[in-house]
Design a protein around this ligand. Structure first.
Ligand code: EPZ
Length: 436
């Protein structure tokens, strides 16, 4: 067991290089199952979710060859397995993206069976839109006993028009993957428009698919018989970049956030400017500076191009340090994904949650404490708070953070932060008083 130990109060200076996008990688790796040939993927993030999915593909019979730390060659030509063996269930239950295997296996083999997915636990995460879309393509879907089973009596899925009742990144991705080799034309209406949706479409097209309209609210796919091998470089991670931008806002300083697509950060940059943070855009970087007091602000998360929900906890942590009253409203996830609020209150934050909103009264200084990473972005939020706080903050359960952030300690240390990762002897772990 490990934890982060942060000595806060130090402004951040220097340059941070952003890694490949986690939410693109966890869609593209399962999609490689569809390809008869070798996919060379570059700019992969070195995170545990990527490792988990590459392990699963290896179990399924794919040849996975790490060329270097961020480049992999995957050959699924000889993969035959469409039912995940029991020894893989612990892996597929761990991550959200394991359900993309359903779309890929259906598209490749006409059959699929895997466990229900895992992923960050911040409330109910239904999959009804995935089921609706795959059923419309001609699959018989069964969700029971903790498993998802799919079969296509016709042998090959058939294109159709699908209208998503809810804008869903996951459902958009799963349906796109399955429809890539379905017979005929598929039109998906009311789709998600996130950068990683466009990245998946570009990956599929570089492997011979015919996917158009990604990034708009309608995607049109003309099914092809087979996908061929090729090379593809993933986009940089919008949320990792936003997390470092938020850290500069909270801790102060001046940092060049490199290897980004500024367009993907527009909503975050705009909100930070509203909070008196300087954000200057370059071709493939943003310069973020904060040396005066923060201004308060309100924000509401929405599907892209709205303010990203995956930046909600991080921005709340910053607003806890902004004088005045701010409101953070969660517009994507029912239940609000506010589990991090309890941890910030341990650090002296004045923040109360009501329904889908967190009401924040900025304080002069947060103070270090022993806190937990409740999920991936909640973990990022307490790290940001620890960097800004007076004194020492210990962050436990960092396994969640390591799922989605490549070398977070190394990158923050290079910016002058006093943060280190230390072993936690089992007996000394803080008691979970609110167990249950
Ligand atoms: C993806 O989750 C991301 N995860 C999440 O990021 C992100 O918060 C979310 O998209 C929204 O951007 C990955 O890409 C691995 P959704 P996903 O389907 O696909 C409802 C992170 O921090 N919904 O877009 O599970 C759902 O309840 C993670 O990197 C249905 O009702 O999210 C939610 O209210 C956390 N039925 C909304 O849609 C469905 O069938 C958006 O969910 C599917 C979703």
């Amino acid at each position: 067991m490990e934890k982060y130990v942060i000595q806060g109060g130090r402004p951040l200076h220097g340059e941070v290089e952003i890694s490949g996008a986690k939410n693109a990688a966890v869609a593209i790796i399962p999609a490689a199952l569809m390809v008869h040939g070798t996919c060379r993927l570059e700019n992969l993030p070195e995170i545990s979710d990527t490792d988990t999915l590459l392990h699963i593909l290896t179990y399924l019979g794919a040849r996975v060859n790490m060329i270097n730390r961020t480049t992999v060659e995957i050959d699924c030509t000889h993969v035959q397995m469409d039912i995940l063996p029991e020894r893989m269930w612990a892996l597929t239950r761990k991550i959200r993206a394991s359900y993309y295997l359903i779309g890929a296996m259906l598209g490749r083999f006409g059959r699929a069976r895997t466990t229900m997915p895992g992923g960050c636990n911040f409330g109910v995460r239904p999959i009804d839109q995935h089921i609706k879309g795959l059923t419309a393509l001609g699959a018989d879907m069964d969700v029971s006993g903790g498993f998802i089973t799919a079969g296509c009596p016709a042998g090959r899925l058939r294109g159709t028009t699908i209208y998503l009742d809810k804008v869903s990144v996951g459902a958009t991705i799963n349906i796109m993957i399955a429809a890539a080799t379905a017979e005929g034309r598929t039109v998906i209406e009311n789709v998600a428009r996130e950068p990683h949706i466009v990245d998946l479409a570009n990956f599929l097209n570089s492997m011979g698919a015919d996917v158009r309209g990604a990034g708009t609210d309608t995607i049109k796919i003309r099914g092809v018989k087979q996908l061929h091998g090729g090379s593809y470089a993933l986009i940089p991670d919008q949320i990792e970049a936003g997390t470092y931008m938020a850290a500069v806002a909270a801790a102060g300083g001046a940092v060049r956030v490199s290897n980004v697509i500024p367009k993907h950060l527009e909503c975050i940059s705009s909100k930070l400017r509203e909070m008196a943070v300087e954000v200057e855009e370059g071709d493939d970087y943003v310069l973020v500076r904060r040396d005066g007091p923060l201004h308060r602000a309100n924000l509401k998360t929405m599907p892209y191009p709205g303010f990203p929900t995956d930046m909600q906890p991080q921005m709340a942590a910053v607003l806890c340090c902004a004088p005045g009253n701010s409101t953070v409203t969660e517009g994507v996830w029912a239940g609000g994904r506010f589990k991090y609020v309890g941890e910030l209150k341990k650090m002296g934050a004045q923040i109360e949650v009501e329904d889908q909103s967190a009401f924040i009264q900025g304080v002069d200084k947060l103070t270090g404490s022993v806190v937990k990473a409740c999920d991936l972005r909640a973990g990022a939020a307490v790290v940001i708070a620890g960097l800004a706080a007076e004194g020492v903050t210990e962050v436990e359960d960092i396994i969640y953070i390591e799922r989605g952030y490549q070398d977070l300690v190394g990158k923050f240390r290079a910016l002058g932060a006093d943060i280190r990762c230390v072993q936690v002897p089992e007996h000394s772990r803080s008691a979970n008083w609110n167990a249950g």
